[in-house]
Design a protein around this ligand. Structure first.
Ligand code: GLN
Length: 541
């Protein structure tokens, strides 16, 4: 069987959820035993989102192989339960860089280098690369941006060429669009969709399937009108009504028979019925929690939910695993003071101190960690959150006044978090952090060992600074256990406090590997500890 290609474009507005639709279709096809992967093409000029501020582009998601990628790849992994890689996220910047590098090497033999065919050929090469690996039956490629944007034109042109080159039964274009509801007229309006499909057609691409985001159900008349004016089959107009959770979208797409239309188009027959047993079991648990906990998410980007996407999703998975609704309450680290900390944190059942870069909000993070430590409140620190737990402990327990991370204070007398030698000579910022999966050995008898239930784990990283090994002995002798280490370098990956019911800081990013079907163990244990803390609080009083 030849590899099949699905393209997902977006029309009318951004933020319609192309990533979730792509992931949902992939889930349905995977549940019928097909091997599927999803790729995102991003039209911006950054080589990758690694150097982008989270305010610009939300969380930067990290893959096993250390690629810094768009947060949609997180959705792909969470829905499919399979890993993505560098090849799954390609930006305009990366495309141009490889074409220009080839030009400098003389690879174009004196030809004028142009958008068509050179840029479009490079885009197509990246699309077909996943197919050529032989690992997949279906490749779903999501085109970032909105049809009509100048930046996405070369991508749309590449889709046109592929639609023209491949046999009809090997290629499919899905256009995701918005059907707005005008409350004054009490009507759903199809015109914006008609225009965006026209735009696509002007670029030479005919969509095969329309997926319509809407707040109200599409009537048969509207479906018929959309099919007629947009030149798609009537059964290829799919309704995507707002969902209570993104995890319900695969089931809604199944109701609308999206997978059946795709299979029909590709000539797939005799595939098994979708097996979504574990997925629906997760959804059932998610919808009927018997308990609630409040988790304070202490960070500096808390006003922007997308900045902590994978952490928020991990709490949804861990909550369902514990039959518990996890209310994540944003606490802006920049505004925590000695005067207001009690007000801000006393209602929490646990505190998560978030990853991050730079100085803003650091002192607030340190205060929140001290509060959790002194009040025996469950604490979970991730990356910078772990580093600040070490700083807090060094200052307030070891008495090392002015201890800090060298990232923000190069002249600190006690650089308990510092750069390793190999990072000291690095001047380029993009793609040079410690990135991707590294192994970690857990100390038997530690909290981390109990959580994971095994000695060797592997988690993903994204940081430049490390716990300075010169301070390990002092930390250990005062009660901060270093319970996880990198087996090759000896770098500390986990710290915890034996004297505290649940206090753990991890240098890695466990949130990148949590899925509904395999919730991440540290998140599950943290939510459980928060539930116990809440119970003991209510028992007291
Ligand atoms: N800024 C810190 C470092 O580079 C932590 C990074 C993070 O939290 N991801 O080491």
């Amino acid at each position: 069987m030849s590899t099949k290609y699905v393209f997902v474009t977006g029309g009318v507005t951004s933020s319609l959820g192309k990533g979730i639709i792509s992931a949902s279709l992939a889930k349905l096809l995977q549940s019928r035993n097909l091997k599927v992967t999803i790729q995102k093409l991003d039209p911006y000029l950054n080589v990758d989102p690694g150097t982008l501020n989270p305010y610009e582009h939300g969380e930067c998601y990290v893959t096993e192989d250390g690629a810094e990628t768009d947060l949609d790849l997180g959705h792909y992994e969470r829905f499919l339960g399979t890993y993505t890689s560098k090849a799954n996220n390609v930006t305009t910047g990366r495309i141009y860089r490889s074409v220009i590098d080839k030009e400098r090497q003389g690879a174009f033999l004196g030809k004028t280098v142009q958008i068509i065919p050179h840029i479009t050929d490079e885009i197509k090469r990246r699309i077909f690369l996943l197919g050529k690996s032989g690992k997949y039956d279906v490749i779903i490629t999501e085109i970032g941006g909105t049809v009509g944007d100048i930046e996405s034109l070369p991508f749309v042109e590449a889709v046109r060429q592929i639609q023209w080159e491949l046999p009809d039964e090997d290629c499919l274009v899905i256009h995701l669009t918005l059907i707005p509801y005008l409350s004054a007229a009490k009507e759903l309006k199809t015109k914006p969709t008609q225009h965006s499909v026209k735009q696509l057609q002007q670029n030479g691409v005919q969509p095969d399937i329309l997926i319509c985001r809407t707040e109200h159900s599409l009537t048969p008349e509207i479906r018929k009108k959309l099919a007629l004016f947009c030149n798609v089959k009537p059964n290829a107009v799919i309704e995507s009504i707002d969902a209570d959770t993104i995890y319900r979208v695969p089931l809604m797409m199944k109701e609308e028979k999206l997978d059946e239309i795709v299979m029909e188009n590709f000539g797939f027959s005799g595939l098994p019925e979708p097996d979504l047993g574990r997925w629906t079991a997760f959804l059932d648990k998610l919808s009927h929690p018997s308990k609630t906990v409040n988790i304070g998410l202490v960070g500096k980007y808390v006003e922007l939910q997308d900045a902590y996407k994978s952490i928020l999703e991990s709490f949804i998975h861990a909550g369902a695993a514990n039959d518990c609704k996890v209310k994540v309450i944003p606490v802006h680290s920049e505004f925590i003071t000695d005067e207001n900390i009690e007000d801000k944190l006393s209602g929490m059942d646990g505190i998560l101190v978030a990853p991050g870069f730079g100085e803003r909000g650091l002192e607030g993070k340190i205060k929140a960690i001290r509060y959790a430590r002194e009040h025996s409140m469950p604490f979970f620190g991730i990356c910078l959150g772990m580093q600040m737990a070490v700083v807090e402990f060094a200052r307030n327990v070891l008495g090392l006044e002015g201890a800090m991370s060298a990232e923000v204070e190069s002249t600190t007398p006690y650089p308990v978090i510092d750069l390793m030698e190999d990072q000291k000579t690095t001047t380029i910022k993009g793609g040079t952090m410690r990135l991707g999966a590294y192994q970690c050995i857990l100390e038997e008898g530690s909290l981390a060992y109990r959580i994971y239930g095994k000695k060797m784990i592997s988690e993903r990283h994204r940081h430049r600074y490390e716990l300075n090994n010169e301070y390990v002995e002092a930390l250990n002798s005062h009660g901060m256990r270093t319970s996880g280490r990198n087996p090759d370098t000896g770098l500390v990956e986990i710290v915890e406090l034996d004297s505290h019911p649940f206090f753990i800081g991890v240098q890695f990013h466990p949130e990148f590997k949590s899925t509904p079907e395999h919730p991440q163990p540290v998140f599950v244990a943290f939510v459980k500890a928060a539930m116990q803390y809440r119970e003991s609080k209510s028992a007291e009083g």
